[in-house]
Write a protein that binds this ligand. Structure first.
Ligand SMILES: [Zn+2]
Length: 94
């Protein structure tokens, strides 16, 4: 049990931002298009954070059915490529 996800005695950890897992799944594919990416932890975290920042949040309760995604997989791919390019041009470790 992760206490950070407890709210008034109830666990909220099953309610997660749907974009989190979608971005991770799509980034695994999109990173293959960038053989020059340095693949260090800092840059990967920056790409992930930057990608999420540019997506509208879609929250879902575990087990609920999402009837409509406002954001398509292709939208996430475009945003992921943008984020990778940004981080490759300006890595925080110089
Ligand atoms: Zn790096």
């Amino acid at each position: 049990m992760n206490d950070k996800y407890m709210l008034n005695g109830f666990p909220m950890e099953n309610i997660r931002n749907k974009n989190e897992t979608r971005v991770i799944k799509i980034l695994k594919e999109v990173f293959l298009e960038f053989p020059d990416f340095d693949n260090c932890q800092l840059c990967i975290e920056d790409v992930y954070a930057l990608s999420l920042k540019h997506l509208p949040a879609i929250y879902a309760q575990k087990g609920s059915i999402i009837l409509k995604h406002d954001v398509s997989d292709e939208d996430i791919r475009v945003i992921s490529r943008y984020a990778i390019n940004q981080v490759m041009q300006r890595p925080r470790h110089g």
